[in-house]
Unconditional design. Structure first.
Lengths: 252, 203
């Protein structure tokens, strides 16, 4: 054991540690030796005393005014700390405000984005609508002007004698329209509904709202040997036509 | 050592320990008075340390200022069980001085020249009168021992580095250090200083 201590003291680890020139690992080693071996502790204490003595011998009178400079700086540090605290508080408050503002604007932005999507969807729908309507008008025009268009007069059967309609069928352009010009009055809980049978499939063309003007053309799906029916159905329309309530049919 | 010098040596020891304890307490309470007491008791010594490293009065003053600010800021990190107060103060001052020297040297792009022989003389010109006795005593230590002590304590060289730098074999460094420290102890013996102080007060 003595040998170990002797070897340790032979190295200049203790001197290096005294001046803080050791690595962390070395420091830990030195501190362990100091704590464990009184001989090492005594040597370290002696070195510290020697250092102090040697340094004191080289003491030099400090210039006048330096002490005041130093105490002023220390005081500055203190107020600096207070200032720092004040800045810290201010910074925290502004950070909170910023966070709140960010949250608010984030929400606002989300909201606006949503609105924007809605508006752009509406515009898209409108465009499609307009396109469809334009197409419809164009087709109507074609049908009505085309010399190949056949004109059929449709009349109601016994159940709706007053019903009058004109169907326009163009086999070349494969377009067909119907213009219901007159409808008999119905009880409030009933309505007229239009159907077409195309290639064996019954297609619901919707409720005829009112017998309107000449311009009120309703498109019919085109098909070879198709049939269209007008039926009386409960108010709001039906999913399938009520066969016994057929009031008119058009075959084309 | 006779009974009276033993008494004085103990008294000095007790007093300096009490002062150290008091300063440490003040530091930990973050009381500004600590800095004032530190300056009064260690200012000259630490200024000497700074001067030894930077060898320029203006720089040394900067170093001392920065060191005291560090001492003030780091006061909670001082661990009594690891080092005496002076050792801690010395480390901070010396490291600050070395950093200062490095930054100045990188600025001026000059090499650090460790010229040990002129280090010792610089302090002597401005040594304060109170220290003259000690300085005289210091002269009692032969220069060859002083150089070794200086290289190890102030330049912070390892024994190997001192051996390389001073071109003295490692074994000689070791023996000179040993003798130097023994001589130092003789001079610094608190009893001797106590008597010297007592005498200087009487006359």
């Amino acid at each position: 054991m003595k040998e170990k201590i002797r070897i340790f003291l032979e190295t200049d680890l203790l001197e290096k540690y005294l001046l803080e020139n050791t690595t962390n690992e070395e420091s830990l080693q030195v501190e362990r030796y100091i704590a464990m071996y009184p001989e090492v502790k005594a040597e370290y204490d002696a070195l510290q005393d020697n250092l102090e003595a040697f340094a004191k011998m080289h003491g030099v009178k400090t210039p006048d005014g330096l002490k005041e400079k130093i105490t002023a700086r220390i005081r500055g540090e203190k107020t600096g700390r207070k200032k720092f605290l004040r800045y810290a508080v201010a910074a925290s408050i502004s950070a909170c405000l910023f966070a709140a503002a960010s949250y608010f604007f984030y929400n606002e932005n989300q909201d606006l984005q949503q609105k924007n999507t809605i508006v752009s969807n509406q515009i898209k729908d409108l465009k499609q609508d307009m396109k469809a309507q334009l197409e419809d008008v164009r087709n109507q025009f074609i049908v009505l002007q085309n010399p190949k268009t056949k004109r059929y007069t449709v009349k109601g059967n016994k159940k709706a004698k007053e019903l009058k309609a004109v169907a326009y069928i163009n086999p070349v352009k494969k377009l067909s329209y119907i213009n219901v010009s007159k409808l008999p009055n119905l009880p409030e809980d009933q309505c007229f509904q239009m159907w077409a049978e195309v290639n064996g499939k019954m297609v619901n063309l919707g409720v005829i709202k009112e017998a309107g003007s000449e311009n009120n053309l309703m498109a019919l799906p085109y098909g070879e040997n198709a049939m269209s029916y007008i039926t009386i159905e409960p108010q709001g329309g039906n999913k399938t036509p009520t066969i016994e309530n057929i009031v008119a049919n058009i075959s084309y | 050592m006779d009974a009276s010098s033993c008494f004085f040596s103990n008294l000095i020891y007790v007093m300096s320990t009490l002062l150290e304890k008091h300063i440490v307490e003040l530091l930990q309470e973050r009381n500004e008075k600590a800095i004032s007491l530190l300056y009064e008791n260690y200012g000259d010594t630490l200024y000497g340390v700074a001067l030894k490293v930077v060898r320029n009065e203006e720089l040394a003053q900067d170093v001392l200022q920065e060191s005291f600010v560090k001492i003030w800021k780091k006061s909670d990190s001082y661990d009594v069980s690891k080092a005496k107060l002076f050792t801690w103060l010395f480390r901070i001052t010396r490291n600050t001085a070395i950093d200062k020297l490095r930054s100045v040297n990188t600025k001026t792009n000059k090499e650090i020249q460790i010229n040990v022989s002129d280090v010792y003389t610089l302090g002597v010109e401005s040594t304060k009168p109170d220290l003259i006795d000690v300085r005289e005593n210091l002269e009692k230590i032969e220069e060859k021992y002083q150089i070794v002590l200086d290289a190890l304590f102030f330049q912070g060289m390892t024994q190997q580095e001192a051996s390389d730098e001073l071109d003295i074999p490692l074994g000689t460094i070791k023996s000179r250090l040993k003798i130097g420290l023994r001589e130092l102890k003789k001079i610094y013996d608190p009893a001797v200083i106590a008597i010297a102080l007592l005498l200087s007060n009487l006359f």
